[in-house]
Write a protein that binds this ligand. Structure first.
Ligand code: GLN
Length: 212
């Protein structure tokens, strides 16, 4: 449940750290002045102001999420308004068939069945500062989405970046291209909510959180 208790401390952002390129996200967030916590168990969700779900393998991440009982607590927090940013496999995790948080259906490995990686310069709606270097690594695209989903960019006619409230999903990696603007957006949302005095407590938390 959101509770009142704003703070001037830098926002504490969790990075789901079961598999994938979570360290790269942590480096970007730290560079932007956030406090960063790697999330591996439910207690690590306690007190977060935002969450990043990194790229990797959505099948492996799903297994880890199930093993640790993280799906429900993550879903509950995000439904309560915890800002979330999913990149590549993280986009897949946010869709109907995984955590069921965004009104999207992701098509895995959508750019070809073979291992396929490429880069593109993408203009994202609402993100100023010119095109973003986007690195696609066996990337999904958004095959279907509901009316509340705002498509921020598409490629070959397929949505590859989208926003729904304070949930952001992109099919590519910006964290390894040195572009910090998407993480900045997540931090802006986290700061906005902190300024409004909103914070979250996970009901299942044991209070035993790992070091930041
Ligand atoms: N192909 C991966 C999957 O389906 C996603 C790849 C990535 O995150 N770079 O989960």
């Amino acid at each position: 449940m959101p509770s009142v208790g704003g703070s001037d401390a830098p926002p504490l952002i969790g990075v789901l750290a079961l598999q994938g390129d979570f360290e790269a996200h942590g480096r970007v967030l730290a560079r932007l002045g956030a406090r960063v916590r790697e999330v591996r168990v439910v207690a690590d969700l306690d007190g977060l102001a935002g969450l990043v779900i990194p790229g990797g393998e959505s099948t492996t991440i799903t297994l880890g999420v199930e093993r640790e009982g993280l799906a429900e607590p993550i879903a509950a927090l995000v439904r309560e308004g915890l800002p979330v940013f999913g990149s590549c496999a993280g986009l897949i995790m946010l869709d109907h068939e995984h955590l069921g948080l965004m009104d999207i259906r992701a098509e895995r490995n959508a750019f070809g069945r073979q291992v396929r990686s490429f880069e593109a310069d993408l203009e994202l709606a609402g993100v100023s500062g010119g095109p973003m270097r986007a690195i696609f690594i066996r990337a999904p695209w958004i095959a279907e989405h509901g009316p509340d989903v705002e498509v921020l960019a598409d490629l070959d006619g397929h949505p590859v970046a989208a926003r729904e409230g304070r949930m952001l999903a992109v099919a590519f990696h910006s964290e390894i291209a040195g572009d910090d603007r998407l993480h900045e957006l997540l931090l802006d949302w986290a700061r906005e909510l902190a300024a409004a005095g909103v914070s979250w407590v996970t009901p299942e938390s044991t209070g035993e959180s790992v070091s930041e």
